[in-house]
Each structure stands twice: as structure tokens, then as C-alpha cells.
Design a protein around this ligand. Structure first.
Ligand code: SAM
Ligand code: SF4
Length: 337
């Protein structure tokens, strides 16, 4: 029987010497929105029997915590539409050595859940917002209501999180002309903002991704026409480059998987809704942790060994390309974006 001493702060090191300290969990692949870059109009969701239970997710997250993970992000799909999501989030918030419990959401449920999330120990929230224009917001999310998200942002600001951040995916001829308005919104609200280039994850039916590509470099030069940007050397071990807007606390992040390589400092892995541990967002290398825990109920040593062993197959980097056929067939909602 495999045995590993816990907690071990250096247990998760891959074959390139990178320490994995950050786990992103997709709580559900379902969502109340259908953003055009994330999903197709008619999505097939994972059958419920194949979805990890909340108890199974807690078991896996606890194993990662015991192996030295200090940051967990709850994402999805829309994590806050999963029934009893707060049950899990409260328990994750109680893990002793976890330094950061954070969440990515579309904001639709925040009016109801911002306070309970704060009380559960969530420190920071990323809220997706691609347009400040109600009709355009509806067009991009297919079904979303901008007013509901704005009320969610108000509720999150009132709940007193350490920091709130807007995530905006910028698409040419859809919302690229709103880059500066979104920055101004973030400055006015004392929030951070990150602009994300669209990634070729899954087949979508709305647009040609190559045609809609709007580079981070263009976003940056658009912003610089209205705001002085000061480069910052802050890093989260992830794909964002950061800038500051002088005389404000707002940080502007640019995520550009196409144009800048960010893999050398990668410190993260992802748990899908079905319990697949994905070692890289842009590759299919994975380990079926659901199979491991369902084969050995009540004995977590197998799970911990499987997680440690998985580090050996973490690939060095992704190969995103704007080809017609996506290299990665899964959509972002299944992955935990
Ligand atoms: N539903 C939540 C939300 O929208 O924030 C959490 C999950 S969503 C998949 C996480 C982030 O991934 C969002 O900021 C979304 O805009 C982004 N995203 C989704 N599909 C993407 C894609 N194909 N390329 C780049 N970003 C994407
Ligand atoms: Fe839902 Fe988030 Fe994907 Fe939009 S980006 S469809 S809100 S999971």
C-alpha cells in the first residue's frame, strides 16, 4: 500500500522543477450563461453520475492541501449555480494551511451569495464582464442580464473582499472598442481588471476564432491612448503580465496565451467536473482521480500517491494555435478556466 507523510510542502514538484501550489477546481460544467467564446448554443453537459460529488471534491482538495497546495480557485462552469456549493466552499475555507481561497464567477448569483462567500473565507473574487452595454452583454453571453451582474458586483463590493477583479475576454468587432471603458469602470470601482485573449478550447458555433482574435498588445496600445500604464513585475505564477494605473489602486493584467509564453513559471493544475486532474490547460495529459477515489473508498493514500505521481507527466507547455480545428476539444467550462 502506498504511504506518504503529510503535510509535505515539497511533495508536488514536476519533472521541470516547478512546484505546484495552486489547484483550480471546476465545481460544475453547467452555467446559467452561454458565452459565445466558451460554449456552443446547445451544450452537452457531463451526466450527473460522472460528476464528482461535493464530498469527493473535498477529499481531493484536502489531499492537495496536505501535499502543499496553498491556493485553491473555485471555478467552472458557473460554480455558484451548483446546488450546495456553499457547503463545499465553507469546508475549503476551514483548511488550516490554505493561504488563498478564491473564486471566478459570472456574477449572476453574487447578490445572494457575496456575504456567505466572504464569511466562508473567500478572499478575492474574479467577476467576468465583457461589456458595459446591456444589449451587447446579452449578445456575448447569449442569455445574461447586465443589471443582475451589476447588482452582484455591488453586493461583492459591500461584502468587503480583499480585492475584486474584472475578467474581460476581448473579441475583435464584438467588444474591442470597450477596452478603455472597462478600464475606467475598474478604476471608478477601485477594482483590478484582466484582459484575456480568446483561447481555442472546444468547438464553438458563433464565430471564427482567428477572425475575432484581438491581441493583448492591441489592448495595451488602446489603453495607453487614454491611461498611462506603468509596467509592474508582480506575478501570480500564471499567464498574466501586470500594469498599474497611476493615482489609482487598479492593476491591469494582460493574458496572452498566443503571443507570450508563460509556461516556465506554471504552478497550477486543474480538477475537472468529472475528476480528471489536468496537468496543463493546453494539453490533454491527465489522471483520472475519480477512478482512484471510487476504487479505494476511505483510503486516501492511493489518492495522494496518484497526485504525486501525476506531477511526472505535467508537460512543459501548451501549443495553442488559431487553427481551424481546436487542438483541445474540451470547452473552458469543463476545464475550470
Ligand atoms: N463562469 C465563470 C466566469 O465566467 O467567470 C467561471 C468559469 S469561466 C470558464 C472562467 C473564465 O474563462 C471567464 O473569465 C471566461 O471569460 C473565460 N473564458 C471562457 N472561455 C474562454 C476562452 N475560450 N478563451 C479565453 N477565456 C475564456
Ligand atoms: Fe458560463 Fe463562464 Fe463560460 Fe460564460 S465564461 S458560459 S459564464 S462558464
Amino acid at each position: 500500500m502506498p504511504t506518504i507523510a503529510a503535510p509535505d510542502t515539497s511533495a508536488l514538484v514536476d519533472s521541470f522543477g516547478r512546484h505546484v501550489r495552486y489547484l483550480r477546481i471546476s465545481l460544475t460544467d453547467r452555467c446559467d450563461f452561454r458565452c459565445v467564446y466558451c460554449m456552443s448554443q446547445d451544450m452537452q453537459f457531463v451526466p450527473r453520475a460522472q460528476v464528482l460529488t461535493l464530498e469527493e471534491i473535498l477529499t481531493i482538495a484536502t489531499a492537495f492541501h496536505d501535499l502543499g497546495v496553498t491556493k485553491i480557485r473555485i471555478t467552472g462552469g458557473e460554480p455558484l449555480v451548483r446546488r450546495n456549493a456553499m457547503w463545499l466552499i465553507e469546508r475549503l475555507g476551514a483548511l488550516d494551511a490554505l493561504q488563498e481561497l478564491v473564486l471566478t464567477t459570472n456574477g449572476s448569483q453574487l447578490q445572494r451569495l457575496a456575504q456567505p462567500l466572504r464569511r466562508a473565507g473567500v478572499r478575492r473574487i474574479n467577476i467576468s464582464l465583457d461589456s458595459l452595454q446591456p444589449e451587447r452583454f446579452r449578445r456575448i453571453t447569449r442569455v445574461g442580464d447586465l443589471e443582475q451582474v451589476m447588482q452582484g458586483i455591488d453586493a461583492a463590493q459591500a461584502a468587503g473582499f480583499d480585492r475584486l477583479k474584472i475578467n474581460s475576454v476581448i473579441l475583435r468587432n464584438r467588444n474591442h472598442d470597450e477596452v478603455c471603458d472597462l478600464v475606467q469602470f475598474a478604476v471608478d470601482r477601485d477594482m483590478d481588471i484582466t484582459f484575456i485573449e480568446e483561447m481555442p478550447l472546444g468547438t464553438i458555433d458563433d464565430h471564427d476564432r482567428a477572425e475575432a482574435y484581438y491581441s493583448s498588445d492591441r489592448v495595451r496600445s488602446d489603453i495607453e491612448r487614454r491611461f498611462p500604464l506603468q509596467a509592474s513585475d508582480e506575478t501570480s505564477g500564471g499567464p498574466a503580465r501586470y500594469f498599474r494605473i497611476p493615482h489609482s489602486r487598479t492593476r491591469v493584467g494582460l493574458i496572452s496565451p498566443h503571443s507570450h509564453n508563460f509556461c516556465d513559471a506554471c504552478n497550477r493544475v486543474r480538477l475537472t467536473t468529472e475528476g480528471r486532474l489536468l496537468l496543463c490547460l493546453g494539453q490533454e495529459h491527465s489522471v483520472d482521480l475519480r477512478h482512484v477515489i471510487r476504487s479505494h473508498p476511505g483510503d486516501e493514500s492511493y489518492l495522494r500517491q496518484a497526485i504525486v505521481d501525476a506531477m511526472r507527466i505535467k508537460p512543459h507547455g501548451h501549443d495553442f494555435a488559431l487553427t481551424e480545428q481546436p487542438v483541445i476539444l474540451r470547452h473552458m467550462n469543463a476545464t475550470g478556466g
